[in-house]
Design a protein around this ligand. Sequence first.
Ligand SMILES: *[C@@H]1O[C@H](CO)[C@@H](O)[C@H](O)[C@H]1NC(C)=O
Ligand SMILES: *[C@@H]1O[C@H](CO)[C@@H](O)[C@H](O)[C@H]1NC(C)=O
Length: 393
Amino acid sequence: MSPMASSVINILMIITILASTSHAQLTCTTQKFTSNIRYDHCSDLPQLGSYLHWSLDTVKNTVSIAFIAPPATPDGWVSWAINPTGDGMEGSQSLIGYKASNGSIVVHTYNISSYDSIVKGKLEFDVTDMSGEYSDGVMRIFATVGLLENGQTTVNQVWQVGAGVSQSGFPARHEFKEGNLESKGRLDLLSGEISGGGNGNSKTRKRNIHGILNSVSWGILFPMGIMIARYLRTWTSADPAWFYLHGFLQVSAYTIGVAGWATGLKLGSESKGVTYTGHRNIGIALFCLATLQVCAVFLRPKNEHKLRFYWNIYHHGTGYAVIVLGILNVFKGLEILSPATKWKQAYTIVICSLGLIALVLEMFTWFLVFKRKRSKTTKPHGSGAAKQQPLAP
Ligand SMILES: *[C@@H]1O[C@H](CO)[C@@H](O)[C@H](O)[C@H]1NC(C)=O
Ligand SMILES: *[C@@H]1O[C@H](CO)[C@@H](O)[C@H](O)[C@H]1NC(C)=O
């Protein structure tokens, strides 16, 4: 592997490690409710694309919750539970929401003392104000739950989604995938901290990896590769090295970019009910343009061919479009991901430095162009002077 390739990979690895330890802002903070209820806290639960919003009332010793999750099917169910005696399904005191036969969403309580004993009815604690709603593939259940102990501020929560409900309102068994098995943990009602959920902050990690792959490829490597093509070939000695370096950088950028693009599509398909249309459409446009660029290399007419002029216009135009859209989409993505501000600052610094370098090189290139033009008019052609590179900035 060339030293260039291994250094690119090293940089990627370092950034990936940094990103997996940094915290992104929660998605739940952008969620709103039709009823205009506001909750004091919210959390992106680490599994099953679920969210919990809540307000703790330390005087009444109750907690009002809104649980949001996409049921496994539109006719399925979603459930949020407190387990006063353990940490899984066994013993959990559950609220289950599903669509009744008349189409409205109903919420009922279920005493799940064991896997075989799921009894619709009273729970260990009082539950009031139960209601539910469904839209855009996402179900929301609301309730106010009495806490068992005075001054209690932590609970063991369990959440779940399933596919069907029987006529009598009995939820069908849920799946046994990782997400269904890891959807439990401790919830600190005061600080909002959650633990458990398996390696589940996987969603945040996936979003961060998506961000890194795309900002490195579309946001940094592509512009660098274009700068190399534009400025390095001004130097006679850099021919044909600039061409291979340009090609290498763009192929690396494309490979990493496609990987990042795929993670984006996956994230999009997993985030039911939230679509970042602009970011998504620019991403798709970028992928198409870059793929065209890669294909265009194979259709490149020879230097002296009369179509080469038009091919150059096309190739350069598409390249500049990729720079503009790429940088724009990195900033759009940073807005969505809302990582710690240092990431946005870091990217802004990188892109401004590249811009500054480009500006200096641009001026230098034009300076060289004029100098060569001058020496061409004063010196007789071909008298021992080095062969001049054709300049097409
Ligand atoms: C639909 O049915 C449920 C019980 O199955 C009932 O509680 C609810 O009021 C009904 N809603 C409407 C709009 O009729
Ligand atoms: C829940 O079910 C268990 C086992 O049947 C029972 O011992 C317990 O009293 C029930 N809890 C309530 C609140 O009914």
